[in-house]
Design a protein around this ligand. Sequence first.
Ligand code: AQP
Length: 327
Amino acid sequence: MKRVLSGIQPSGKMTLGNYIGAMKNFVELQDDHRCYFMVVDMHAVTVPQEPEDLREQTEMLVGLYLALGLNPDRASIFLQSHVPAHAELGWLMTTLAYMGELERMTQFKDKSRGKESIGAGLFVYPALMAADILLYNADLVPVGDDQKQHLELTRDLAHRFNQRYGETFRVPEVFTPEIGARIMSLDDASKKMSKSNPNPGSYIALLDPPDTIRKKVSRAVTDSGREVRFDTANKPEVSNLMSIYAQCSGLSLQEIEAKYEGQGYGTFKKELAEQIVSLLEPIQERYHEVRSSGAIHDVLKKGAGEAAEIANETLREVKQKMGFVLG
Ligand code: AQP
């Protein structure tokens, strides 16, 4: 069975962008792949986090994984910080990565822009992400479009290690959805929808109540026309809303265009909001059941045990090949 690995940072409230770009594929891949899904808490602290918020957001994300249908009997669900091999291989990967490569990462540029002091962890974070993936010799990494550059770096580091020390790592492939690999902000279609955006109107959170969703969709920016047509160059806002509609409803972009021909944006937006609400309401119900069941800690313990078994084996092989004296 092919191996799949991915993770999400507990750095805010999970958005519809996270779901469409990544989590939806997690659920679909778990049936016929060996899957490892993490909450990457050590990535989240590359920007300052309030400790209580980090704890809550971490448990919230695990709760959402379960509510979306990730099954701990099929996939290993765990916290990155519970498997110390991530930090250890992460360090070894920083010794392979070049400064120039890390400086070219657009996420680093975006997140450091305008900041006076920038944590070194934010700079070397792609090396830790490479370690996350290579520890499990993952074949496929389901992520959104914004993570493609980091995955390319992971592939380069895997090749570099294999050339220097002998064949060790499988070189992973990126796995992105055909529609909605980059869902854009509701208030600005030139920026991606992001859970750490300080304006909650820019995103739909997976746990937003129905009326909040309706309000946010009705206020989403659109152009001054009225034609519901997929055209990312000339109608980026409506095209973004159409991608969300397609992923929530299962309709194709052509079917959506045909459905709303001649009807203007008002009806389209109203029905889009209802599509999102009917997708999220059952997930929210399951989420509250999961949180009150107290099952999260057992799931994480089981997942970390399964993950550590593979991760420690890989780490040992890496250290042996690099010339460390093994304990
Ligand atoms: N807008 C998006 N459209 C499609 N996919 C997206 N992802 C994130 N935003 C979108 C995908 O969701 C996963 C979560 O990645 P992450 O938590 O490691 O951080 P990120 O990519 O930086 O996502 P955010 O929401 O923007 O988080 P913050 O604000 O903390 O930086 C990834 O697979 C990502 O591609």
